[in-house]
Write a protein that binds this ligand. Structure first.
Ligand SMILES: [Zn+2]
Ligand SMILES: [Zn+2]
Length: 187
């Protein structure tokens, strides 16, 4: 039997959802996002960092700095929570975040009983970021770091699956992430 390309795991899938939502982020100090799912891995909501609807973005008029933090945007976590139609569904769920969360955002997610904070890459200027680990411990929340290279590998895996039998990209020439290929050649 022909070997079929592997299907994404839920973690790999939601890492990619978070990555793509960050494509709409409007503050170039960090283009970030958050996606939240239920304890059964059902998508609940996602959000990226941005100004309030209708107001100008950091990318257009610059940052709104207070104490070395940009105040202009709602954080991705804020917008994911605001986009939730039913906050009760966060109970026991997972939040996947681009960059480690600031303390206020972690507090809100954990306040709504998120049980796992999975963050991709590190942001050194997250307000109170060093306090988040302690809060997670106190509330028995799993905190999980994901290297961005793992997410790129998931993207490659997704491309292979989408080009496999029945995939919507199956009739296109074979697509591949150049960076991963270069890495392979280095070996
Ligand atoms: Zn900004
Ligand atoms: Zn935040």
């Amino acid at each position: 039997m022909e070997l079929k390309p592997a299907r994404l795991t839920f973690d790999e899938l939601f890492d990619l959802v978070a990555l793509f939502f960050a494509c709409r982020g409007t503050c170039d100090r960090l283009r970030t996002s958050t996606v939240v799912r239920s304890d059964e891995n059902v998508f609940i909501a996602a959000g990226y960092n941005g100004s309030l609807p209708g107001l100008p973005h950091c990318d257009e008029i610059g940052h709104l700095m207070v104490d070395n933090h940009c105040m202009r945007t709602n954080h991705g976590e804020d917008n994911a929570i605001l986009n939730c139609l039913d906050l009760a569904k966060l109970n026991g769920g997972t939040a996947t975040i681009i960059g480690n969360p600031c303390y206020p955002c972690a507090r809100k997610l954990i306040g709504k009983k998120i049980k796992r904070l999975r963050y991709i890459g590190v942001y050194n200027n997250a307000a109170g970021g060093n306090l988040v680990e302690g809060l997670c411990k106190e509330k028995a929340v799993i905190m999980e770091f994901v290297d961005i290279n793992e997410v790129l590998a998931s993207l490659q895996k997704a491309l292979e699956f989408l080009q496999g039998p029945g995939g919507p990209l199956k009739d296109l020439p074979q697509l591949s992430l150049v960076l991963l290929n270069r890495k392979k050649e280095d070996k």
